[in-house]
Design a protein. Structure first.
Length: 62
């Protein structure tokens, strides 16, 4: 696994699966009060790139 910060506060994670041809990339992108997770991989018959978002609801924990 490799992690690196990119411009704009983006965190990029690269995951290499040992003894397979698979490499997955995750990017965590802060956008105002949201956090976007982007996923992609180099080869797969079943996995597709996707994007998910999380939004801050409150600063207080229940």
């Amino acid at each position: 696994m490799e992690a690196a910060w990119e411009e704009g506060g983006v965190l990029r994670l690269t995951v290499v699966y040992v003894e397979t041809p698979y490499v997955a990339w995750y990017r965590l992108v802060p956008i105002r009060e949201r956090l976007e997770l982007r996923f992609s991989c180099n080869v797969s018959f079943t996995l597709q790139p996707y994007c998910a978002e999380a939004e801050r609801v409150s600063d207080r924990l229940p």
